[in-house]
Design a protein around this ligand. Structure first.
Ligand code: SF4
Length: 195
């Protein structure tokens, strides 16, 4: 399976939060094209909180859904600035209290910015975990629990990151790369392609 590097470019928890919000319905590559100018224009949460909406929207437009993403960024920035003294919080409850931040985004932050055990469940992890027989659920929260139950906490973040990348680059939704997949022999999925 691929290496576990986080593909979103960032230098701080706040930048990772911004990049993760922008990555919804968008590729990491596209986000990484947009963030250098964005991170140069706005640095601290307070600067995002005070941003002129049309300018912020213009900077993130190519990531898609830019109006709602701008709204979430400004809402998050205000909450981080006002409630957490400008520092991104590091607990699940606090993170998910931020506008537009759900468990998946919170787990990305916990696992990649704060070094805490966190199972990240996105659409790729959901698909691959089911195909590999690690869960039988379509519910992200249940999949998170199922993966937690079969892994040591130290493996939660790197393993889910590997599942994510495996789904993104090999075990594709419509045309899984079974013929070259290193997990072929272990994969119990009845729909896998013959070699
Ligand atoms: S064998 Fe095919 S279906 Fe199974 S994990 Fe590999 S790519 Fe996915």
């Amino acid at each position: 399976m691929p290496k576990t590097d986080m593909e979103l470019t960032h230098r701080s928890p706040w930048e990772l939060l911004v990049a993760t919000i922008l990555s919804a319905q968008c590729t990491d590559q596209r986000v990484n094209q947009v963030t250098p100018a964005l991170f140069k224009r706005y640095r601290r949460p307070r600067e995002y909180a005070q941003a002129a909406v049309p300018e912020l929207e213009g900077l993130i437009r190519s990531t898609g859904f830019y109006k709602s993403k701008a709204k979430h960024l400004i809402g998050c920035a205000r909450a981080v600035d006002e409630r957490f003294q400008g520092c991104v919080p590091s607990t699940m409850d606090e993170l998910t209290s931020l506008p537009g931040v759900g468990r998946k985004t919170a787990n990305v932050l916990l696992g990649n910015a704060f070094g805490q055990p966190a199972v990240i469940v996105d659409t790729h992890v959901k698909r691959v975990a089911n195909r590999l027989g690690l869960t039988r659920s379509e519910d992200p929260n249940q999949i998170e629990t199922d993966l937690q139950s079969v892994l040591a906490p130290i493996q939660w973040t790197p393993f889910s990151q590997r599942l994510l990348l495996h789904g993104r680059y090999v075990c594709l939704a419509r045309k899984p790369g079974c013929t070259t997949c290193v997990l072929y022999d272990e994969c119990p999925w009845k729909g896998k392609l013959p070699r």
